[in-house]
Write a protein that binds this ligand. Structure first.
Ligand code: BDR
Ligand code: CA
Length: 308
């Protein structure tokens, strides 16, 4: 089993990532940490707790993290995820609460106590991960891998920048330059994981509560993607990271040099990916380029089946 900690800002696709991790036999979900991103951190934390209830994982600790990016003023995404950060499904208030420990301290404590066998899966802005690296640099040698959802060769927040990187590019820079093995699921990859009507039907056919919840998430998420981007079907970005931890053979990846732009007038928050190797600099990131769609959707549908 691969041990992972999901650092997230639920978030429709974050919720699906958690559901995929919680019921897949190849994953041990060690903990969940939350960050401000799609909504304020108070909201993303409540959302994470609600998802835990649906996933039936009361034993997995949820720790609330950073409410503000390192340097920038906070920006959220109500146009994409609604005011709550996870609009659409109507869910009761969670019965479980977050731990009293800050996410950054939870990450440091858990990594330091580990045997170096934990993978971090950040699917929101990278604030918590960067703060943990700065507060306790010794964690660098303890992280097995970081599988990030963020960046790509095009943007969705600006023409150049993807949302998670844009919201806290300074944090993303710290993480990208950390020297820890990194796999990046950028938009080039996640836009191959579009939940079409056909996909939604396959999920609904599973027929359990978790499948209905995912279908409700997809209804709202596809609606905003249609309004904002004119897309049919929303990409399930964050679930790609968990899918990679379950079965890396569903992904074609290439080691490339990736730098995060923190100064550009038009390109703040861009991940500058050296596809042709023109910088001659040492590759620092394993960039996911191609998704085996059949494997990906079967993995999701089969895993939701496990909730029965
Ligand atoms: C990323 O931004 C958020 O809106 C999603 O949850 C995903 O993590 C996609 O750009
Ligand atoms: Ca997210």
């Amino acid at each position: 089993k691969r041990k992972i900690i999901i650092d997230c800002d639920p978030g429709h696709d974050d919720a699906i990532a958690i559901l995929l991790a919680a019921a897949n036999p190849r994953i041990e979900l060690v903990g969940i940490t939350t960050v401000a991103g799609n909504a304020e951190v108070e909201k993303t934390t409540v959302n994470a707790l609600k998802v835990c209830e649906i996933a039936g994982i009361p034993h997995v600790p949820v720790s609330k993290g950073a409410g503000q990016p390192l340097v920038r003023v906070r920006e959220t995404a109500p146009d994409i995820h609604g005011e709550s950060g996870m609009d659409g499904p109507l869910l009761p208030e969670p019965t479980k609460s977050a731990t009293s420990e800050h996410a950054v301290d939870y990450l440091i404590r858990t990594l330091m106590a580990s045997e170096g066998d934990i993978t971090l899966v950040p699917v929101g802005p990278l604030t918590n991960i960067a703060m943990a690296m700065r507060k306790e640099p010794a964690i660098l040698g303890k992280i097995q891998e970081i599988v990030i959802m963020g960046g790509g060769t095009f943007g969705n927040k600006t023409p150049a920048a993807e949302f998670n990187i844009y919201v806290d590019a300074e944090a993303a820079k710290v993480v990208m330059e950390s020297g820890v093995p990194i796999t990046l699921m950028g938009l080039d990859l996640t836009h191959q994981a579009v939940a079409t009507d056909e996909v939604k039907e396959r999920i609904m056919a599973v027929g359990n509560r978790q499948a209905r919840f995912i279908a409700e998430l997809l209804d709202f998420f596809s609606g905003t993607y249609r309004e904002v981007f004119g897309f049919e079907g929303a990409p399930i970005h964050d679930a790609c990271c968990v899918a990679y931890c379950i079965d890396p053979t569903a992904f074609e990846c290439k080691k490339l040099r990736v730098d995060v732009e923190t100064k550009g007038e038009f390109s703040y928050g861009m991940t500058v990916i050296d596809l042709l190797g023109v910088t001659g600099r040492e590759p620092n990131v394993n960039v996911a380029l191609k998704l085996d769609r059949d494997k990906f959707w079967s993995m999701l549908v089969d895993t939701i089946q496990n909730y029965n």
